[in-house]
Write a protein that binds this ligand. Sequence first.
Ligand code: PLP
Length: 420
Amino acid sequence: MTFENSSSFAAALDQQDGLASYRNQFHFPQHEGKDMIYLTGNSLGLQPKSTRTAVLQELEDWATFGVEGHFYAKNPWYSYHEMFARPSAMIVGAQESEVVVMNQLTVNLHLLLISFYQPSGKRRKILFETKPFPSDHYAFESQAKLHGFDPQEVLVEMQPRQGERLLRTEDIIEKIESLGDELALVCFGGVNYFTGQFFDIPAITMAGHKVGAHVGFDLAHAAGNVPLHLHRDQVDFACWCSYKYLNSGPGGVAGAFVHERHHKNKSLHRLAGWWGHNKSTRFLMEPGFDPIESAEAWQLSNAPVLSMAAHKAALDIFQEVGMDRLREKSELLTAYLQFLIENAANNSDTKYDIITPKNPSERGCQLSIVVPDATKQLVKDLASKGVIVDWREPNVIRVAPVPLYNSFMDLYRFVEILTN
Ligand SMILES: *Cc1c(COP(=O)(O)O)cnc(C)c1O
């Protein structure tokens, strides 16, 4: 498609947008009586209007039934988390038995590392991408220490080539091959939070398995954003949060994936809790952990229903729309944003520079844009004009048009405000 830098063109794209009506299902922060131009769904997704009703339902059922709500609530709490198997499996490309919703993201990462970072002999290294999200880095460091290692010796942070900002798949594969039998684990972000690069999950997984390592992904910036096929791609494990692209509220409950080939392996190390125990004998309350033969075995605690209610409201929308339609709109939105930014760079003194890959298959919706000479004041100025984007040092704004609720006009107006 040949794009145009005009509000009538943006309006025409919105006219043709089959998902345009979903925007109405979300609450937008207000600025001078109007919806803000909200481009930080990569940080905290907007609140669906249906969330309030969903949470109130649980409060009401708690008031009405007390403990009996575990069985008599409209959505019985005892099995509440089971409602997420279908939509979560759809979002990450898994079998229903391979996904579970529990805890929060970094907690899930730790639980999965306990099982899938099992160093032995000289096989003890963890390979991850340059500048992973800091929480992931801390998780790797502390897991290395748990095994008695010096993190400096076992953590390998994959660097880009000199003068480049992104990682090339062929270099990642070469690195994996060169680490060979010293490599215990490869754990990348699905989409890197800073650059927006969407890594080649099947290629990385295959290369890791070839040298005998486990391979997992932190999908915080990928779940609900890009197409995923964790089961088909043979990924060992993955985790994600629900408050970014999945719109489930601040600190919302998180997801985890464990490939089915690990479900019957009772010798995997795990941190166990009663909610991971065989359902048919759980209430005998006896010692001797008997893990459920699914991803549910990694659960520790009973379901946090209030935050799960928000997750349910959000995933109902994903289930209705489906990832294919979302991705189709997403690619067009982000391509339009790229066009507008490049157009601005060519026609102004500010040489905006997009870090994120230009190839749509190597990115989600986010573009990370270098704004030369900018300071953090830029995002404050934008906010005072009704635009929310986020800032990453030293001079990068991250802009994430979300296909469920952003419009093409949002992007036209954003770039107009940015450049004036
Ligand atoms: C957002 C994000 C986190 C945040 O972790 P929480 O445990 O949800 O606070 C961790 N890792 C990555 C890659 C993230 O993008």
